[in-house]
Design a protein around this ligand. Structure first.
Ligand code: PMP
Length: 473
């Protein structure tokens, strides 16, 4: 029989959950869908279900990499937690298997693994490794980047430190322009296509040169292989090859943050940095690795790992590499392989991108469509010619996709006008079609009306999701 406590939890209304959350949880912890937050009680595959059993198509949760509650992952977790969960100072086979599986997927000299519990911990350790190896402090980061919530990472995350009220950027952090060829400093409208990459590289070289001439030197360059919070940015071809060359020339190391985009999401490759034909010195991984369970890792070269060990300070992380986390990560990697999810990301991703680009021709307000595998962005603008970010409209689309169509997407980027798709890797072509039916309806509606005139009543008169799906069949 369930305890009284669990009964009351099951029966708690959404209003009561909101009340308790407002009472006990810090106000800076924000919810999706401010005006009508979702209470999600169950997940399965690419779907989430609210307390009334309503099903939502999940296009947001790249963390649920192999699908919410994948039975193989659940089985691995429950089997291991029933036997042992302890720290990595004891020998355990799940840990060494997990490290071996990760390293087998890494190119070049990337051969040493450290386990952590989150993307933030991974990036913090990556900075420590870079600094131990180079004996330098300064870091080059990209504009709009987010690398985590720890103090050390807020310092290198312009996405956060540029907000009013945030602590300012410290002097040892240097921000280079984000290589966004649509809205970035150098773009396809103000530069010729063969110049864009070189202009971004020249900026990085000038930062590295200046910092070196000032006698400080560069510890490293950190970037997501495809920038996510920055608005689903796909850097120009050859960008990372040139950045890494420049950074290494000035003595720094190259850190690839694969926290969002690793484990086959890009479809053509297992790691997103491989799409740029580079081998970083340090790679950080997390989110998808645990399919919702907190686990991450840092992978580096023997040389860098040795320099870290030479400091004489041992690295201990109570939960990093515990047998449960490692069993889960092993199951996730097996499922990606056995269910050919990387191939699925490539096939469905290509479909999403090609259909998205076609849709872009039909709507003035879709300024750009870009992506790689199951990592796609739609930049919403007032018009193609002015490229003014349509922030309010993007937010309206996100809300309407949820409330009318039961499709969950998010918006991001410096102007919060980029609609982001990064669904679980089990996302199918049919799911993509469902997304397009919903998105088309929103865009048609937006095209017709002035957003400021929209009221609840108007949106209630619109066709329902079922009407639209029937029409589309
Ligand atoms: N790096 C990137 C690129 C991220 O997007 C995030 C989280 N959104 C992090 C690091 C931090 O990961 P975590 O929230 O697991 O600490």
């Amino acid at each position: 029989m369930p305890s009284q406590n669990s009964q009351s939890l099951e029966k708690m209304s959404k209003t009561d959950t909101i009340k308790l959350r407002n009472r006990y949880i810090g106000k800076s912890c924000k919810l999706f869908y401010k005006s009508d937050p979702l209470k999600i009680v169950r997940g399965q595959g690419q779907y989430m279900f609210d307390e009334e059993g309503t099903r939502y198509l999940d296009c947001i949760n790249n963390v649920a990499h192999v699908g919410h509650c994948h039975p193989k992952v659940v089985e691995a977790a429950s089997k291991q937690i029933a036997v042992l969960s302890t720290n990595n100072r004891f020998l355990h086979d799940e840990l060494v298997h997990c490290a071996e599986k990760i390293i087998n997927k890494m190119p070049g000299d990337l051969s040493v693994c450290y386990f952590v519990n989150s993307g933030s911990e991974a990036n913090d350790l990556a900075l420590r490794l870079a600094r131990a190896f180079t004996k330098k402090l300064d870091v080059i980061t990209l504009d709009h980047a987010y690398h985590g919530h720890l103090t050390s990472l807020m310092e290198i995350s312009p996405y956060k430190f540029n907000l009013p009220g945030a602590d300012p950027k410290p002097d040892h952090v240097h921000v280079a322009s984000c290589p966004d060829d649509y809205r970035g400093k150098f773009n396809r409208f103000n530069s010729s296509s063969d110049m864009i990459k070189d202009q971004y590289i020249a900026e990085i070289e000038s930062i590295a040169k200046k910092v070196t001439e000032e006698g400080r030197g560069i510890a490293g360059f950190i970037a997501e292989s495809l920038q996510s919070c920055g608005g689903q940015i796909i850097p120009p071809e050859g960008y990372f090859e040139d950045v890494y060359r420049v950074v290494r020339k000035y003595g720094g190391v190259a850190i690839a943050d694969e926290v969002q985009v690793g484990f086959g999401r890009v479809g053509t490759h297992y790691w997103a940095f491989e799409t740029q034909n580079v081998v970083p010195d340090i790679v950080t991984i997390a989110k998808p690795m645990g399919n919702g369970h907190p686990v991450g890792a840092v992978v580096t070269t023997q040389k860098i790992a040795d320099s870290f060990a030479a400091t004489g300070v041992s690295y201990f992380n109570t939960y990093g590499g515990n047998p449960v986390s490692c069993a889960i990560a092993n199951a996730v990697m097996d499922v990606v392989e056995n269910e050919k999810l990387q191939q699925n990301a490539q096939i469905v991703g290509e479909y999403l991108l090609s259909e998205g680009i076609k849709m872009g021709y039909d709507f003035e307000m879709i300024g750009d469509v870009r992506g790689y595998g199951l990592f796609v962005g739609f930049e919403i603008v007032k018009s193609k010619s002015c490229r003014t970010p349509a922030t309010q409209e993007a937010q309206w689309i996100v809300d309407r996709m949820k409330s009318v169509h039961r499709v969950l997407i998010s918006s991001d980027g410096p102007n919060e006008n980029v609609l982001k798709l990064k669904p679980p890797m089990v996302f199918t072509k049919e799911n993509a079609e469902e997304f397009f039916v919903a998105f088309n309806e929103c865009m048609h509606f937006l095209q017709k009306v002035n957003l400021s005139s929209l009221t609840e009543d108007v949106s209630n008169e619109l066709p329902t999701r079922t009407d639209l799906l029937i029409k589309a069949m």
